[in-house]
Design a protein around this ligand. Structure first.
Ligand code: SAM
Ligand code: SF4
Length: 351
């Protein structure tokens, strides 16, 4: 029998960081094959599951299991959830799951990170079920290049989804991974996009994540270089930091005609933000992970499926937080090696 877990003071790790934000990778499956994330050409789901490239359905935590974990995490003081993946919108029943998440008292924010391919289909339901802030990943504004980067011809679907979501009133962060020789010729267009549309446009430094990724040192561009490029489009003024901005350094971009937009830089490598990290991740295999870029994980699924009590789950959450490393070492490793970083798959960890 599960004992009642008391709400306790905030979750603080041994480096005085308060952990309040849980990212759930609800599936490792995806309808795109981004070159830096899951470049396999194979498309047959059965073959992908058999070969272990995708998890089988029973390897994923069920929605009931996820709800139990979230309830316990919220009872400990967590108040923000992000649903990610893989592509979260490909998992059946996601909107019902969100509907149930919304009933959890103390959970203030439910957010979603998506590639946008299915956004036009789900935007309205998401909005009415309380997900009104989304992050959409879009690395190029050109349909042909989109196909090269993602392996799929779905640019127009993403763009339509973005327009529908904008018109519904979503707050949208548009994230692009900055890659030299891939999309650096479009950075100025992305700055202009921020002036034209109500999207926060955020440049993410390309990270050496995953065991078979396409990361190369020569493709890496640091945020400060991109920031300099903005000068040909307008002036950047640092924005006040707001709760929910996360690790991005945010700026107001003012164009020559006086128009303004919001742009940001996420610089895990050049300006790492580990000292302010407030997050814990649950991978699609049901493992708690305290750092995106460190491989240590706690197998929560095994605890749950072997009849673990709420107390045992809570203890695992606490222990994982206590073991949260002070930071990643990428900036050191990058100086020495071409390939560094964690070996976990980004689609299972959730980015
Ligand atoms: N499928 C969803 C999407 O693409 O938005 C959610 C999952 S995806 C793994 C989450 C984010 O991680 C995306 O914005 C993606 O661009 C980013 N990402 C994946 N691999 C990356 C890498 N090596 N470096 C930087 N960002 C990466
Ligand atoms: Fe899919 Fe997102 Fe990975 Fe691209 S980055 S393959 S959209 S999970």
């Amino acid at each position: 029998m599960n004992e009642k877990i008391q709400t306790i003071s905030p979750l603080v790790d041994q480096f005085s960081r308060t952990i309040s934000y849980l990212r759930l990778s609800v599936t490792d499956r995806c309808n795109l094959r981004c070159m830096y994330c899951m470049p396999e050409e194979e498309d047959n789901l059965e073959t992908l599951v058999k070969s272990g490239k995708f998890l089988s359905h029973s390897d994923l935590l069920s929605y009931e299991e996820l709800l139990r974990i979230v309830r316990l995490a919220v009872s400990l003081g967590m108040n923000k959830i992000r649903l990610t993946g893989g592509e979260p919108l490909v998992r059946k029943g996601l909107v019902d799951f969100i509907h149930n998440l919304n009933k959890i008292e103390g959970l203030d924010q439910i957010r979603l990170t998506t590639n946008g391919v299915l956004l036009s289909e789900y935007a309205k339901e998401l909005y009415t079920n309380g997900v009104q802030h989304i992050n959409v990943s879009l690395d190029t504004l050109k349909a042909e290049k989109f196909k090269k980067i993602t392996g799929r011809d779905r640019f127009n679907d993403v763009w339509n989804g973005l327009m529908i979501a904008k018109d519904l009133g979503f707050r949208i962060k548009l994230n692009l991974v900055a890659m030299k020789g891939v999309n650096d010729d479009e950075f100025l267009d992305f700055f202009r996009l921020a002036l034209e549309y109500p999207f926060q446009v955020r440049f993410i430094e390309f990270m050496p994540v995953g065991d078979k990724n396409s990361w190369q040192k020569t493709r890496f561009i640091e945020s400060d270089t991109i920031r300099e490029m903005a000068k040909s489009v307008g002036t950047l003024t640092p924005s006040e930091k707001h709760y929910g901005d996360g690790p991005a350094r945010m700026f107001t971009l003012t164009g020559a005609d006086g128009s303004t937009g919001s742009v940001g830089f996420i610089s895990p490598i050049s300006h790492h933000f580990c000292d302010k990290c407030n997050r814990l991740r649950l991978t699609s295999e049901g493992r708690l992970r305290a750092c995106l870029l460190r491989d240590a994980e706690t197998d929560l699924k095994s605890i749950i499926r072997s009849g673990g009590t709420d107390r045992e789950i809570v203890d695992s959450i606490r222990q994982t937080i206590l073991n949260k490393p002070q930071g990643h070492m990428l900036q050191d490793e990058l100086g020495v090696e071409e390939k560094a970083g964690c070996s976990g798959k980004m689609s299972r960890i959730g980015g």
